[in-house]
Ligand binder design. Sequence first.
Ligand code: GRF
Length: 212
Amino acid sequence: MSSSSKQAKKLAVFASGYGSNLAAIIQYLDNHSINASLALVFSDNPEAYALERARKHNIKTCVMEPEDFKSRQDYDQNIAGVMETEQVDLIVLAGFMLLLSSWFVDRFKNRIMNIHPSLLPCFKGMHGISDAFNYGVKITGVTVHFVDGKLDHGPIILQKEVPVDQADTLSSLEEKVHKVEHKLYPEAIRFFCEDRLQIKERKVIITGIEKE
Ligand code: GRF
């Protein structure tokens, strides 16, 4: 089957806040011929600016707040229901601040990606950029990985280094890291949409990369 006759992949982006990665993904999908569509932007936070960005691009949004559900399990089951109704192939976490349950992760095994603003496994958690900056590393970076049951832990798809210069402040470093994120995440998504990612234990093999 030629790649053009394959079914387009349906994506959902999960975002809790500003959504600059979402914006980069939208722009990438608009400007490149990639066999994918952004079916939905999901948020746990009705105030997320990411939702505003989605609406501006006429992308469907869905907001569910965990406190409106009787349990976390109930919440995750409802999110899964929406993903299944929308026939989502890939869930893209882009600044999504809730940890997904292992039930949810298993249900969408190897179909959830996350971006983290450090070179994992260093500086996991909420403050990857400032933790690296305060530690005094000379090189930090960005990691895109599949999500497994542990925080910032699943198989690594792409990593890109960001040098920390002597003149850098936290905010200049943040700017550099985000700039790299906005290039790296769409690239990883493209590989998924082209069926080029194979996972062997912890290793993600990207097929056809030698030609690029
Ligand atoms: C990014 O730095 C990402 O790596 C982290 O959360 C931040 C989200 O930023 N997981 P934005 O909402 O996409 O602007």
